[in-house]
Design a protein around this ligand. Sequence first.
Ligand SMILES: [Zn+2]
Length: 342
Amino acid sequence: MTITLSKVVNELLSKVKITHEHAIVFKDIVSIDGFYSESLVRIVTHAHKDHLYGLRDSIRKNPLIAMTKATYDILTALGYRIPKEKTFTLNYNQEFKIGDLTLSLHKAKHIVGAAQVLAVDNDGSRLVYTGDFKLPSTPILDSDLLVIEATYGNPEHVRPFKYEVESLFIDLVKSGLPHGPVYVFGYHGKLQEAMEILRSGGIDAPFIAPRKVYDVTLAAIKHGLNVEGLYYDKTLEAEEIMRSKWYVYFAHINSPKRNYYHRVSSLSIILTGWEFKEPLRRLNNKTYIVALSDHADFEQLLEYVEESKPKVVVTDASREGSAHILAKEIRKRLSIPAIALP
Ligand SMILES: [Zn+2]
């Protein structure tokens, strides 16, 4: 019995590699989120930097770049130029065949446009890469071989408060606005999610953003993000709003103007997933950290694996996270073979 099982597992494992260049490669045909010279298609699961490694090499050397239309539009807003003849945009659940594989993209709750990848081999085996995701609202795909992200792959990475962060964030912004402008710092994707959360929570102050954040938000709005009342900060309208001091400003967390923004704000909020003890943490009299994450925590990673029912799991150790610990915990807690690659 053990021999048969390990034969199946080994066969599945022979279909996947993860390179040190951060590419998840299925059967040498498709490379996902990293450059691999032999692949016929490069898939971009979403427009975060740590999933765009080697994209310019892929654009030059791989025949096709596949992604959702929303991801394509966000990449364009970020300054990537993919030639028309190589661009292959797909709807969720739309299948395309390449070599032995039938590929499809499936929704991932993460940033607008984010996708999971399903590759069905001609022997029927299902190879899945989750990309980045959180639960709920990410469909859990049945798999034989599951490649899963491992950002919060450590059992300590559990946010017990994960379902109440949004309302605490709304209340914090509400309490700050009467005293002057509120500045929110985060990554692309998370900033847009924050805008939607605040609007749905009844915050009606104007939103202001610098160029790239503004452009990425417009691309996200085009694909379903529900945000109104956003202004580009270099327009006359925005300047007038800023003189009124009643607005929320959204800036990239690594913005070179961050110190300046802190100075002019009456309240600064930093959005990060790396907080596990409390949903809000006060850094000083006007700066707070809010534990808004767009990644599954440890419990949700295990939940995905359990429901996906894979025969073997590969955790992605080529990106930041706890891939080795997660693989060990999957073996221990779920009794499913699991290894970290590379
Ligand atoms: Zn991401």
